[in-house]
Design a protein around this ligand. Structure first.
Ligand code: F6P
Length: 393
């Protein structure tokens, strides 16, 4: 006789890591149909939101989600549940006499999950949250993950939600910097977030019309950056916009660490390369140069329509996986389709910009410099080859 699958009655949900626009849209997309829709389950499902990421799970701090407290949150940035990028149940940080210690409190997290009689826990987060989720799934918590980050650096998904909004915000900032750059005939350097991946800078740089884009993946040479500014000057363009990723570094140099957050899963916080690039250009070329660090403004605000749609699709698919009891998975975007991968596959694989990426090629085709000759434009190479071929005939 076929055994019937245990009915899902109670779900937990939490948001982990750095916040980003779209988190509330996901919470709504999981909770609303779970609580109200008869096509999800004949019995209504209860949904509990843990506060401040895994900290809430460890210290049993949660709220019951209701149609009232999730109403109107689709358009809101941040997360109504709060978040943290410091609390890992397997190494919970606490300070005693000024000294930082880390304690394994995963058993307590599992105990709270059981005490609340949860059938599943939906964890929304980036690579750090997914790594913790994978470990929690191995000690007996039924987890479904949903990928978020403005960095778009998770290899298992084509796009994370939050990215499009951050690109839009950064693009608007670069647009504004353009007018003042042109008026003052200056070089304007704009530093963007993204950690070790250059996606945010690549997309916003292209969309904002940056002349030079410096990414962590392609160490730059100052000479090449200055050559490009000089070439623009010769063409009568008296200003230049340089979009720099916080993880960019000169060839042979190191990334600049702005601070270390000892409690954090990934303690390194990057920042400061924008100022270095601006100072070096000014010193080398004698052109007045200014730097703008976009910072956390890139993580704020209302999600774009694209992010709202992606968040909602992810949330609905995560709920589907929960109801089918397909745990230990993370939802993802593959082309235009929503799919899922195991949490193991989702963990510890960064997606970085490659020289052959189509967007890199488009930028090169447009004459944008990456401050290095290492990245070659295959579109232009193709054109040159076709011309040669024609000549030879
Ligand atoms: O991962 C998202 C992100 O905003 C990165 O782009 C940035 O490097 C980091 O988080 C900043 O972290 P915090 O909010 O701890 O300063």
């Amino acid at each position: 006789m076929a055994t019937r699958k245990k009915q899902v009655k109670r779900i937990g949900i939490l948001t982990g890591g750095g916040d980003c626009p779209g988190l509330n849209a996901v919470i709504r997309a999981v909770a609303r149909p779970a609580m109200t829709s008869s096509c999800v389950s004949p019995e209504k499902v209860e949904v509990y939101g843990f506060l401040d990421a895994f900290k809430g799970l460890v210290y049993n701090k949660y709220i019951r989600l209701t149609s009232k407290n999730i109403s109107g949150i689709l358009t809101m940035g941040g997360t109504i549940l709060g978040t943290s990028n410091k609390d890992n149940p397997f190494a919970m940080p606490f300070r005693k006499d000024g000294t930082l210690a880390k304690v394994d409190m995963s058993t307590r997290a599992l105990g709270n999950y059981k005490k609340l009689k949860l059938d599943a826990l939906v964890c929304i987060g980036g690579d750090g949250t997914m790594a913790i989720s994978y470990k929690l799934s191995k000690i007996g918590i039924n987890i479904v993950g949903i990928p978020k980050t403005i960095d778009n650096d998770l290899a298992a998904t084509d796009f994370t939600f939050g990215f499009d909004t951050a690109v839009t915000t950064a693009t608007e900032a670069i647009d504004k910097i353009h007018t003042t750059a042109a008026s003052h005939h200056r070089v304007m350097v704009v530093e963007l977030m993204g950690r070790y991946a250059g996606w945010l800078t690549l997309y916003a740089g292209l969309a904002g019309g940056a002349d030079i884009i410096l990414l962590p993946e392609f160490p730059y040479e100052l000479d090449k950056v200055c050559d490009n500014i000089m070439a623009r000057k010769r063409e009568g363009k008296s200003f230049s916009i340089v979009a720099v990723s916080e993880g960019a570094r000169p060839l042979g140099g190191e990334m600049i660490v702005e601070r270390t957050v000892a409690e954090s899963h990934d303690p390194i916080r990057l920042g400061g390369i924008g100022k270095k690039v601006a100072d070096d250009i000014e010193e080398r070329m004698g052109i007045e140069t200014r730097v703008t660090v976009l910072g956390h403004v890139q993580r704020g605000g209302s999600p774009t329509a694209l992010d709202r749609v992606l968040s909602t699709r992810f949330g609905i698919e995560a709920l589907n996986l929960v109801m089918q009891r397909r745990f230990g998975r993370m939802v993802c975007l593959r082309g235009k389709n929503i799919a899922s991968v195991t949490l193991k596959e989702a963990t510890n694989k960064l997606k970085l910009v490659t020289p052959a990426h189509p967007i890199v090629n488009v930028a090169l085709g447009l004459g944008i410099s990456f401050g290095t000759d290492v990245v070659e434009c295959s579109i232009m190479k193709k054109c040159a080859m076709t011309k040669k071929g024609k000549k030879g005939r």
